[in-house]
Design a protein around this ligand. Structure first.
Ligand code: HEC
Ligand code: HEC
Ligand code: HEC
Length: 105
C-alpha cells in the first residue's frame, strides 16, 4: 500500500516532458524548465528504480507529459524526485548529491 500511496503522490509531477532517452540504458535526460543552464540536465536512470519499484509507483496512469514543471521548488515540496529523494526513502537533495542527478552526457 505504501507504494501505491507514493504513486499517487508523485503522479502529478513525474509525468513530465522527457528529453532524449537512451533506450538501451534506460536513461532519460530531463528537460531544463527554467533557471540557469549550469549544472547539466538531470538524468533519470530507469533501471536503478525499476528493480525497486513497479512501473505503477511512478506511472499510475498512461505515461504522458504533465503540465507541472519539475523544478527544485516542486521537489522541495516533496513531489517529483523529492517524493523519495528526501534523505529517508532515498538519499536527499543537497550539495553532496548534485552530480548524482546532474550528469554531463
Ligand atoms: C534527485 C536528483 C537531483 C539532485 C540530487 C539535484 N537535482 Fe537539480 N534538478 C533535478 C531535476 C529532475 C531537475 C529538472 C530537470 C533539469 O532542469 O535538469 C533539476 C533542475 C535543476 C536546476 C534548474 C532550476 C530548477 O530549480 O529546477 C538547477 C539550477 C539545479 N537543478 C541545480 C542543482 C544543484 C546545485 C544541486 C545540488 C545542490 C542539485 N540540482 C541536485 C534533480 C536533481
Ligand atoms: C521511480 C520512478 C519510475 C519508475 C518506477 C518507472 N518510471 Fe518510467 N519514467 C520515470 C520518469 C521520471 C520518466 C521521465 C519523465 C517522464 O517521461 O515522465 C519516465 C519515463 C518513462 C517513459 C518515457 C521515456 C521517454 O523517453 O519519454 C516510459 C515509456 C516509461 N517511463 C516506462 C516505464 C515502465 C514500463 C516502467 C516499469 C517497468 C517504469 N517506467 C518505471 C519514472 C519512473
Ligand atoms: C519512488 C521513489 C523514487 C523516486 C520518485 C525517484 N527516486 Fe531516484 N532512487 C530511489 C531509490 C530508492 C534509489 C536508490 C537509493 C540508494 O541506492 O541509496 C534511487 C536512486 C537514484 C539514482 C542513482 C544514484 C546512484 O547512486 O547511482 C539517481 C541518479 C536517481 N535516483 C535520480 C532520480 C531522479 C532524477 C528522480 C526524479 C526524476 C528520482 N530519482 C525519483 C527512489 C526514487
Amino acid at each position: 500500500m505504501r507504494r501505491l500511496g507514493l504513486g499517487l503522490l508523485v503522479a502529478g509531477t513525474l509525468a513530465i516532458a522527457a528529453g532524449a532517452e537512451d533506450a538501451e540504458e534506460g536513461l532519460v535526460t530531463l528537460k531544463r524548465q527554467g533557471g540557469p543552464a549550469d549544472p547539466p540536465p538531470a538524468v533519470f536512470p530507469h533501471w536503478v528504480h525499476r528493480i525497486r519499484y513497479t512501473c505503477y509507483a511512478c506511472h499510475p496512469g498512461p505515461i504522458q507529459p504533465s503540465a507541472t514543471p519539475l523544478t527544485h521548488e516542486v521537489m522541495a515540496g516533496g513531489q517529483g524526485c523529492g517524493a523519495c529523494h528526501d534523505g529517508r526513502t532515498a538519499w536527499g537533495i543537497g550539495f553532496a548529491t548534485c552530480t548524482r542527478c546532474h550528469v554531463a552526457r
